[in-house]
Design a binder for this molecule. Structure first.
Ligand code: GLU
Length: 384
């Protein structure tokens, strides 16, 4: 027998609620009525004792009309300009809806780069924690006006999954304009069935999600499944429910079987390892000999300079790098203690030669085992 929804979500305390553009906007701009309805629901969820962090899209949808844009902005600068116009509108709408109900909000704009840098990551986390402590609802969006490809989250489904470990949240609820994940596209197939519960996100599930995007948001069902995969691997249950139906959030938190719920992995990674595996962007590659691969994969060892056969890309001390076998297959990711220039000098050498070669030593290991995460074919796909 299936565990009831109520039992599954009961242990959650801190919740990320991701609200897509299609939920809170129309072709004309923001849908204020919808935002009011959602905030009504969110306040009721807060009343139940949950701490709520919102990840909301909608800035582009809210600003594009001022630039005469119909449909999706055609260029990145246009999208960024629309976001610059729209972001304050989005926050103003939430602020007024929360204010009417005695709540307060704060805006947090992030780029992926902010979360890749451990110090900025910890700063962002401190801010989030302080806001929650003071009972303020943080509203997060990507800092669209400054992002370029290398530092983008890409879509807010991904952003919401990356924010989950940052906020130490234990439930992710993605609000969409569809009822959840179907076994086939409900727009083409009237017999499509809603999947209520997913135990493991395998190829079959990914196939059901297809690859689609809609006009206002960046994500389709596929990006939601990827976000669910990221979150559940980190031990966070994820739900996709319809956010266009008033009361749906409350029904979900009351334990009703609506939407699709993705069951979390039981053995999640430690927060720092999650950050290395999913958030920090790798800057280069180290190619290892068979002995080092075996020591890391089968014995949980640190990476010593002696096992490094080659390097690729430019990286500094503190950057993440991919560890590959000699054929280029990724086996792990880790944060390096030495820069590219330093690794080039010490690779193949034993650790007690480091001081003689460099004149100093940060550590015997190029990557310490605590800063190393093994890769699987699943998460290689997720860390791109
Ligand atoms: N950050 C974008 C916005 O506020 C949305 C990105 C997305 O929906 O995935 O419009």
């Amino acid at each position: 027998m299936r565990t009831t929804r109520k039992t599954l979500i009961a242990p959650a305390k801190r919740v990320i609620i991701k609200i897509g553009s299609t939920v809170i906007s129309t072709a004309e701009g923001l849908n204020r009525q919808r935002i009011e309805e959602l905030v009504e629901d969110i306040c009721a969820v807060r009343e139940l004792g949950y701490e709520v962090i919102i990840v909301s899209s909608g800035s582009v949808a809210a600003g594009k009309k001022d630039l005469g844009i119909v449909g999706r902005p055609k260029t990145i600068p246009l999208k960024q300009a629309a976001a610059a116009i729209g972001q304050s509108r989005v926050i103003r709408c939430y602020r007024s809806a929360f204010r009417h109900r005695g709540g307060n909000v704060a805006q947090i704009l992030l780029t992926r780069d902010d979360l890749s840098n451990r110090r900025r990551y910890l700063n962002a986390r401190n801010t989030l924690m302080t806001l929650l402590e003071y009972d303020v609802v943080p509203i997060i969006n990507e800092n669209d006006t400054v992002v370029v490809d290398e530092i983008r989250f890409g879509d807010n489904d991904n952003l919401s999954a990356m924010v989950t470990p940052l906020a130490e949240a234990n439930l992710l609820v993605i609000l969409s304009d569809v009822d959840g994940l179907y076994d086939s596209d409900p727009r083409n197939n009237p017999d499509a069935r809603l999947i209520h519960e997913v135990e493991r996100i395998d190829d079959n599930i990914k196939q059901m999600a297809g690859i689609s995007s809609n006009e206002l948001g960046t994500g389709g069902m596929y990006t939601k499944i990827r976000a669910a995969q990221r979150a559940t691997m980190n031990g966070v249950g994820t739900a996709i429910i319809n956010g266009t139906k008033p009361g749906n959030l409350q029904r979900f938190f009351a334990g009703e079987d609506i939407g699709t719920y993705f069951i979390p992995n039981i053995a999640p990674m430690a927060a720092k390892k999650q950050w290395i595996a999913f958030t920090k962007k790798p800057r280069g590659k180290l190619f290892l000999d068979g002995g080092a691969v075996n020591a890391i994969v089968n014995h949980g060892s640190s990476l010593l300079p002696s096992g490094i056969k080659g390097v690729d890309g430019g990286f500094d001390r503190g950057d993440a790098v991919r560890l590959c076998d000699i054929d280029g297959n990724e086996i792990a990711k880790g944060v390096t203690n030495y820069s590219l220039a330093e690794v080039l000098k010490i690779m193949g050498k034993s650790s007690n030669q480091i001081v003689d070669i460099l004149g100093y030593k940060y550590s015997d290991a190029v990557i310490h085992r605590d800063d190393l995460v093994l890769s699987s074919s699943d998460d290689n796909e997720l860390t791109s």
